[in-house]
Write a protein that binds this ligand. Structure first.
Ligand code: ATP
Length: 298
């Protein structure tokens, strides 16, 4: 028996860090939404009880370091599941990109294994287990749009943001989330995004206010480490993007636009500059095309 589960990428519409906690985690407040750029996680039942994993991207770990593998081990041990599973990940989401690809694969494995192994767990229970793998996993278990607080595991669901196109560009560098947080001085943050303004923009379906309310306190840190990320931002802004922001700890930058003509202009401007460019829609938005991957460029 085999189950295929979609594992969508997320983007941060806001990312605020409020404090560094005594346990070493940061207290965050983030508005996140899933987009239709997704990995596919195939789960095939193994009756020998073992867990194995393959990934289409050879540089992604295929052992107990893989977040989807960790999800399978956690469920198997906690619920004493006699069956095993072979996990195959068809990787479409860029790795170490600020798009929560690994967390989303883990969440997809949790949701899929809940079915495959007939565990009967609720999404809340899966999210709680997911928090043991990583702070973004609970959000990925639910998908959609939400504000995440605490270390990211406390989720409040939101209505979908106003419909728009998203152009994502990832420069050819991997960014370690731990390094970015390590370089952040919480007391020295100059501009905190207003989560309240973003929540109001989403509630009122106000696209302009949503664009004005975009903000990520990690952006300055990553921009200083990787000037190329700033260049991509500036290129998107100069090409007419309505809103531009780096997602998570980067280096992926995304542009929000409502007019389709602008999608083409921004896409073409980026094409000669960076290889990984994707056009996506927010999930839950009708008439969203499948994310397409630019294979042109350098
Ligand atoms: P986040 O936004 O949650 O910080 P990210 O998008 O920046 O995540 P990932 O793509 O999840 O980063 O990869 C981070 C690291 O996790 C990679 O360097 C990789 O070695 C490891 N990893 C473990 N499992 C996976 C997976 N299933 N897919 C991608 N990377 C994974």
């Amino acid at each position: 028996m085999r189950i295929s589960v979609k594992a969508p990428a997320k983007i941060n519409l806001t990312l605020d860090v409020l404090a560094k906690r005594p346990d070493g985690y940061h207290e965050v407040e983030m508005v996140m939404t899933t987009v239709d750029l997704a990995d596919r996680v195939d789960l095939t039942l193994r009756d020998d009880g073992s867990i194995s994993l393959d990934c289409s991207a050879s540089f992604v770990p295929d052992d107990s370091r893989n977040h989807a593998y960790k999800a399978a081990v956690l469920l198997k041990e906690r619920f004493q599941v006699p069956d095993g599973v072979h996990v195959y990940i068809d990787k479409q989401i860029p790795v170490a990109a600020g798009l929560a690809g690994g967390s989303s694969d883990a969440a997809a494995a949790l949701r899929g294994l809940n079915q495959l192994w007939k565990l009967g767990l609720t999404l809340d229970e899966l999210a709680e287990i997911g928090a043991e793998i990583g702070s973004d996993v609970p959000f990925c278990v639910y998908g959609g749009t939400a504000v995440a607080r605490g270390r990211g595991e406390q989720i409040t669901h939101l209505t979908s943001p106003p419909p728009c196109w998203i152009i994502l560009a990832k420069p050819p560098i991997g960014v370690s989330t731990a390094d970015v947080y390590g370089n952040l001085r919480v007391q020295e943050i100059q501009h905190h995004p207003s989560t309240a303004n973003m929540l109001q923009a989403i509630q009122e379906q106000n696209f302009s206010q949503m664009c004005r309310s975009l903000g990520n306190v990690l952006e300055e840190v990553t921009l200083n480490m990787h000037p190329q990320v700033r260049q991509i931002k500036e290129l998107m802004e100069a090409s007419g993007a309505d809103g531009v922001l780096m997602s998570g700890s980067g280096p992926t930058v995304f542009a929000l636009v409502q007019k389709e003509a602008k999608v083409h202009r921004i896409y073409n401007a980026l094409r000669g500059f960076v290889k990984d460019v994707f056009v996506a829609r927010m999930l839950g938005v009708p008439e969203g095309g499948n994310a397409c991957h630019n294979t042109y460029g350098n």
